[in-house]
Design a binder for this molecule. Sequence first.
Ligand SMILES: Cc1cc2nc3c(=O)[nH]c(=O)nc-3n(C[C@H](O)[C@H](O)[C@H](O)COP(=O)(O)OP(=O)(O)OC[C@H]3O[C@@H](n4cnc5c(N)ncnc54)[C@H](O)[C@@H]3O)c2cc1C
Ligand code: FES
Ligand code: FES
Length: 1318
Amino acid sequence: MPSLPNSDELIFFVNGRKSVKSKAAGPLFSLTPFLPVHLPGTKYGCGGGGCGACTVMVSRYYPKTKKIHHYPVTACLVPICSLYGAAVTTVEGVGSIKTRIHPVQERLAKCHGTQCGFCSPGMVMSIYTLLRTHPEPTPEQITEALGGNLCRCTGYRPIVESGKTFCVESTVCQVKGSGRCYMEQDERPFVTRQEKMCTKLYDEDEFQPLDPSQEPIFPPELIRMAEDPNKRRLAFQGERTTWLTPVTLDDLLDLKTQFPKAPLVMGNTTVGPSMKFRDEFHPVFISPLWLPELHFVETTDEGVTIGAGYSLAQLSDALRFIVSEQPKEKTRTHRALLRHLRTLAGAQIRNMATLGGHVVSRPNYSDLNPILAAGNATINVISKEGERQIPLDGRFLERSPEANLKSEEIVLSVHIPYSTQWHFVWGLRLAQRHENAFAIVNAGMSVRFEDSTDRIKALQMFYGSVGPTVVSAGQACQRLIGRRWDDTALSDACRWVLDAVYVPPAAEGGLVEYRRTLIVSLLFKFYLKVRRGLNKMDPQKFPDIPENFTSALEDFPIETPQGIQMFQCVDPKQPPQDPVGHPVMHQSAIKHATGEAVFVDDMPPIAQELFLAVVTSTRAHAKIVSIDASKALALPGVVDVITAEDVPGNNNHKGEVLYAQNEVICVGQIVCTVAADTYAHAREAAKKVKIAYEDIEPRIITIEQALEHNSFLFAEKKIEKGNVEQGFKYVDQIIEGEVHVEGQEHFYMETQTILAIPKEEDKEMVLHLGTQYPTHVQDFLRPLSSFYISTTLCSIQHINRVVSCRTGRPIRFVLERGDDMLITAGRHPLLARYKVGFMNNGVIKAADVEYYINGGCTPDESELVIEFVVLKSENAYNIPNFRCRGRPCKTNLPSNTAFRGIRLPPGCSGSGSFTYLLWPAQCNLPPEEVKEINMYKTISKTAYKQTFNPEPLRRCWKECLEKSSFHARKLAAEEFNKKNYWKKRGLAVVPMKFTVGLPMTFYNQAAALVHIYLDGSVLVIHGGCEMGQGLYTKMIQVASRELNIPQSYIHLSETSTVTVPNTFFTAGSMGTDINGKAVQNACQILMARLQPVIRKNPKGSWEDWIAKAFQESISLSTTGYFKGYQTNMDWKKEEGDAFPYYVYGASCSEVEVDCLTGAHKLLRTDIFMDAAFSINPALDIGQIEGAFVQGMGFYTIEELKYSPEGVLYSRGPDDYKIPTVSEIPEEFYVTLVRSQNPIAIYSSKGLGEAGMFLGSSVLFAIYDAVTAARRERGLTKTFTLSSPATPELIRMTCVDQFTDMIPRDDPSTFTPWSIRVS
Ligand SMILES: Cc1cc2nc3c(=O)[nH]c(=O)nc-3n(C[C@H](O)[C@H](O)[C@H](O)COP(=O)(O)OP(=O)(O)OC[C@H]3O[C@@H](n4cnc5c(N)ncnc54)[C@H](O)[C@@H]3O)c2cc1C
Ligand code: FES
Ligand code: FES
C-alpha cells in the first residue's frame, strides 16, 4: 500500500464552539461517541440510522452558491471526519433550561409530546432543522420531517401537534378541510348535553414566538475555510484507518488510482452499517462528499443529469423543480422517483445518502435503481483514463462483472432521460409500514408503445427484494414485444414474470408466497396504470379500466394526523391553586426536550470505570463443551472475561440463570461477559471468545413443539362458569378453531442500561438502572455477594453486579439494540384453541377456550401472565357456560415476560374474534350486534365470580357507536366497497373491560416519604417508578392538593431503595393509585400535625406555619403508606375478587385495505375511555394514545422473525417495525368518559395499559375489510385472521387470481427461512 500522509487537524464546530481534533483516533464512523461528555442530549437508540434518537443538525457553507445549508443527520452514522468545515448543532445548542429554551423545545413539552423523553431530543432536532430552512412549514413538511424518528411512548399525535403550531395555514384545532376550530362549529358531536367538556390541553397563548433572527450565526471561520482558494487534500489518521478528503476531481482520481479498494464514503449509509453490523473493515477511506464536481444539475432536451454527490433530499428538490417545469409526459420517471423518495428511509438518511452511493451500492431493496433502470438512466463514470457512460440496466443491477465499474472509476453523475408521449414509467413498492421501511417487494417498470397504438415496442421490469440483487424480468419482457396491452398479454406476462423472477421456497427474508404474489400484483397495478394512461391520451381508441378498479392505482397518501381530545372540565368552584384535574405538563418535559434529563448512560464517566460486552449463545439447546477466552484476554484494554464459574453466590436465582453453565437453553443466553476499558475494546474482545457446543435434543421452539413434548413451565390455570358440556348440547351452531397471536418486542427507546458503582469502604454498591421493580433487583442480587445494594432509578443488573464485585471497579453496561432485542424478554406468543356454541340469534351459549403461551426457557413472569390471560379472557362478554384454561409452555427461546396490557390483548382478541367468526358462520348479524347481544348489561359476576357494574362499559360502547357515527360510516364503507374492487374499507368497534391491579393485596401496597423543609419546600419520595407515564407529575398534583400549596413548592427525588424500601413493581396500571394513596397518607399526617398551628394563625402563610411548627418541635417529616386494595384469587375454587376495579372503554377504527398489496391505512379512530375522574387529562390521554398505537403496532405490523433453529432475526429497527408517525390514525378522537370510582384516589382510574387492547379495533377493522373483499370474490367460508395482521396476512387472505397463480411448494421439501413460534 502506498505510504500515507500525516494527520491533519480536524476542525468543525459544535454548538458554536470550535472543536479541533489533532488525531481522529478511535472509531471514525460515528459522531456520537465524539460528542463531548457535557453534551449527553443526543441519544443512542440503534446505531444504524433507523430510530432518529441521535438526530443533530449539520450546517455547511457552499462557496458556489454562498448559501448555508442546514440538514438533519443521524449522528450514529455520521463519520466524524466528514464533518471537517461543518457546524454541528445538538439539542443543547438549540436551547437549555440554564439559558433559554427554544420555542421548539417549549412547544414539544407544553403540547405533552414527551413521556419517557428518550426520543425527545431527536424530535426537537428534526423540527428545529426544518424550521431553520422553512420557518413557516406546512403540516405535511412537519410530518415528513418526523418520519425518521421513532417514539414508543406518545403515539406521535402530540409531537406532530407541537410541530404544527409553527404552521401558518393550519392551527392544531382545525378539523380536516373545515378551516374552523372544531369547538366553534355548530355541530359538536363530542359534547354531551349534561357535561361540559374541555379540549384545551395547553394554552397556545403561552408559547414564545419563533424568531428566526435569534438563531446562532454560522461560524465565520468556517466560511473563510470554505472560501480558502488554497485548499488542499486532508488526511486524518485513526488507530487503524486513514481518511482522505480530496479537494479536486483530479485529486480524487489520483487517490482512487492509488487506493482502488478504498470505499468512497459519501453518506456512509451503506458503508457505515456494513462496518458496524457486518464487521467489514477498510484501512483507507476516500471522502469526496463536498467536491463541487459532484454537485450539479444539468438539464438538456434529452433529460436531466444529476451529480452523484447530491443527497437524496437534494435529489428530491431537484426532481420537484423539474417536474414543476416540464410537461407531465416527459417526467414520468422523475415523478416515479419522487414518490419513492418520499418514503425511502427518514429525512435524516435522505439528507445523508447520496445518489452516487445509492446507485453504486445497488442494494437489493433499492427503491430508486429499478425505476432508474426502467427509465433508461445512464451512469457517467470517470477515471484517470477518461469518462464513459454505462447503462443503469439489468446487467449493472444484477452485478454482471462486465457491467461493473472498474475499481479506479468513480460515478460523476446519473443521467435520467425524459419519458416520451407513448412511454410510461412507474415505480411500485410495498413495505411493512408506510415509510422508513425497506420494501418487501418493489419494482420499476416501463413500457413504450408504437406511436398512437397500444402495441408494445419496449418493455422493462425490474424487481427489488426478490433475491440478492435487483432482478430484471428481461426475457419475459422480450416475449411481450409486439403484443397489445390487453388482458391476454397481462395473463402471459404474469406467468412469464413468475418464471423469470423466482423466489425459492427457503429464500432469505421468508414471505415467499407473499413475495411471489406481489410480483404479479404489482405488475397488474402497472398494467392498470398504463391502460388508464392510454385512455387519457385517446379515450376513443383505448377503453378505460373499469371504474371499480380505479382506486387500485394509487398508494395510500401519508396525511398529517389530526384529532380532538376531550375531557371533563375542572369544576369552576375548585380553588385555582389546586392542580388536580388539570392537564399539567409532565414535570420533566422541558428537561426531556432540552436533552437535560439524565438517563443512565448520560451519567458522566467515573474514574476507572469498565465497560461490558456480552457473548451470547448461538445455539438454542446445547452442551457447552468449552469456552476459550484466551484471544479476548490478550487484546488491549481487556480486564476480565467473566463466566458462570466467577459468580460469587448463586448463579441460579429461582430458575433464572445468570450465566449459562454447562448448557445453553436458548439463542441469546449470556455465556460470558467481557470487561474492558472502552466499549469498543470490550466488543472487539467479545467477538474473539470461542465457545464449542454440542447440540442437545429436543430443541423446542414453537408452542406446537412444546405441546408435542409436554413441555410446560407451570401447571394449568382454569376458570369455569355454568356447565359447558351441557351448554354445547342446546346450541344451534358450533364453531371451533385456532387463533395465533405472535409476540411483541418492547422496543423501549432506551436500551437496558446499568451503572454499578462499588463503594468498598462501606461495602455498598449503588446501581443506577432502568427498572419497574427496584426491590426485585435487590432481591436478585443479594445472594451474589456481601455488598449492601441500593438501586436508583434512573434487567441485566445482576451481570454488572458480579463484574463490579470481581473487579472492584464501576461497570457501565449499555446493551446495543441488537443484543437487547435478542437477550431480553418480550410479550408471549399465544395460541388460542376455541369451541363456541351459539344460537341463530347471535347469543353465545357456551365457550371452551384453551390458551398456550410461549414462555421461553425460564419461568420469569409466565405464571402471572397466564393467570391474567385466563382472568381477562371473557373481556366484556357474558357467556353463561364458559371455560378457560391456560398454560405456559417451556421452550428454547429467550424467556418472555409481562408486557404493557399484560396478556389482555391476545386473550381478549381470542374471545373478541368469536364475535367476528359468528357472522360468516350464518348468524347473519354484523359483529357489533353480536357483541352487543353478548355484552354484560347489568350488575353481574365475572366468570371467576367477582361482582361488578358494567354501566360505564355500556356508556362507552353507546357513545362510541353514536359519536363515531358508526352506523352511517359503516354504510358509507359498504358503498365504497361496492364501487371499489381492489380497495376495501372496514370498520370495527370493540368494547373493553380491562382489569387493573393484581390479584394479591400485598402486591398493591406502596409507601412514600414526605419532608417539609424550613423554607416551606416539600420533598416527596415514593416507591413508584417513572417510566414516562407522568407518575411524578401526578404525585406533585396530589401533594399540592393535600398540602394546599402550589406545585412549585414540591420536588420529587428519584426512586431509590435507600429512601423507600421494599417497593413493589410499578405495574398493572396501579402506579398513581397506590403511590398516590401513600403520598396522600403522608401529606394528611403532616397536615394533621400542622392543624394546631394553622388553627392558631389561620391567616398565616404556609411558610409561617412551617416555621412555627418547627419552633414547636412538630416533626415535619413522615412516611405514608397504602396497604393495598383487598384483592384475592383462589385458583382451587376458581373464584376471587381478583381486581380492585375495572376500566371500561370502547374504540372504533376504520381502515382501508389495498387488496393487491396487503397495505392498510388507518383512516380514523375514536376512543371512549372510562377515566372516572382524571387527575391529569393530558397525561391520561397521552397514556391512552400511546398505548393504543403500541397495541395497533402489535396487532398489525410488529413481527418478530425466528429461524427454525430459534435464532431471532429481527434485531433492530430495520427488521422490526414499530409504528411511525405515518401509521397513526389520520383522524384520532379520544374522549375521557366520566364515572365514579370511590375506591381510588380522587375517584380516578389507572389508565396506563388499557389503551393497548383498543388497538385491536384496527385488527378487527382489517378483518371487516378483508371479509368484504372475500365476500365479493365468492369466499364465504370462515377464515381466521391471526395477529399481527401484517400486509402479508392481509394480502394472502384476500384470495384472487394472483394468489391462485403463484407456484406453491410442498412444505415437506424445504426448511423455511422463518417459522411462527405461537
Ligand atoms: C436507516 C436506513 C434506511 C434506509 N432505507 C432505505 C429504503 O427504504 N430504500 C432504499 O432504497 N434504500 C434505503 N437505504 C439505503 C440507502 O439508500 C443507501 O444506503 C444510500 O443510498 C447509499 O448512499 P451513501 O451516499 O450513503 O453511500 P455510502 O455508504 O457513502 O457508499 C456506498 C458505496 O458506494 C460507493 N460510492 C459512493 N459514491 C460513489 C461514487 N460517486 N462513485 C463510485 N462509488 C461510489 C462507495 O465506495 C461505497 O462502496 C437506507 C439506509 C439506511 C441506513
Ligand atoms: S441511534 Fe442513530 S438513528 Fe438510532
Ligand atoms: S417519549 Fe418518545 S420514546 Fe418515550
